[in-house]
Design a protein around this ligand. Structure first.
Ligand code: ADE
Length: 249
């Protein structure tokens, strides 16, 4: 996968992209990441890329021309347009999710525009098919961190990036619910014991226990994720019992 980042702060990317899993993906030639300075596409000697909004109001808006010029130049370098997604990071966008990360991991080319200030000139959307993505309901100072969040979530889903042991299939959210609690050695610390079930060696029972704990955690922390209609009868019963128990405590 080729990932191009358009930013006014290129220096923010060194470090993160040269470490960890993203670096591993680059070494294995599964991902190539290029950083472009939007100011290099400005039309003037001051390298201006933003201006005041028409109609007044505070803040600045990213200008149409530098963005258009940059996108034209990047799109030209990639032949297979159908597998390219152009993403704009903005708090006004569709909320980023694991589902979206999966969808993007199947693309051949991602171009990520790091939004800034009051946003971009709206006409950019008429010239290029933009997908606006927000990483959550809060406002950051710019789109650089959101773009790294998106890259991290997407790159780890590219087949071959994760080893079998880290497989994305055991992630929280892989099944649309949160993951179960996990423990590792020592089996006891300062009187705190790992649940006996996990030491029992009975894999079927452990699987059931994990599912139950994952459902419990989802009910507690993210009830909005639970689709009651898709739960088995036995699972609905556990959940109801659990709710009763919580109420009486
Ligand atoms: N830019 C500023 N805040 C943002 C957010 N929450 N998501 C994406 N881009 C942003």
């Amino acid at each position: 996968m080729l990932i191009d980042i358009l930013t006014i702060f290129p220096a923010m990317f060194s470090g993160f992209l040269d470490e960890s899993l993203v670096q591993r993906a680059k070494e294995k030639n599964l991902a190539q990441i290029r950083i472009f300075n939007l100011r290099d596409y400005s039309g003037d000697k001051h390298k201006t890329v933003d201006d005041a909004p028409f109609g007044g109001g505070g803040g600045m808006v990213l200008m149409l021309e530098p963005l258009h010029r940059a996108l034209e130049s990047l799109a030209k370098q990639e032949e297979e347009k159908s597998s390219t997604s152009i993403i704009l990071t903005t708090p006004q966008g569709e909320r980023f999710s694991q589902k979206k990360a999966f969808e993007l991991s199947l693309k051949g080319h991602l171009i990520i525009i790091c939004g800034h200030y009051k946003g971009v000139d709206e006409r950019l959307k008429m010239l290029h098919p933009l997908e606006e993505i927000s990483i959550g309901d809060y406002v950051l100072t710019g789109g650089e961190i959101p773009s790294l969040v998106i890259i991290d979530a997407v790159v780890r889903l590219i087949p071959g990036v994760l080893g079998d042991f880290e497989s994305a299939q055991t992630d929280s959210f892989f099944e649309d619910i949160l993951g179960p609690p996990q423990y590792t050695r020592p089996a006891e610390f300062d009187g705190l014991k790992v649940p006996d079930m996990l030491l029992s060696g009975d894999h079927e029972k452990i699987k059931k226990w994990r599912r139950k704990e994952a459902l419990k955690r989802t009910l507690q922390n993210r009830p909005d994720l639970l689709n009651w209609n898709e739960l088995a009868e036995e699972e609905k019963k556990w959940m109801e019992e659990n709710e009763e128990k919580e109420k009486s405590e």
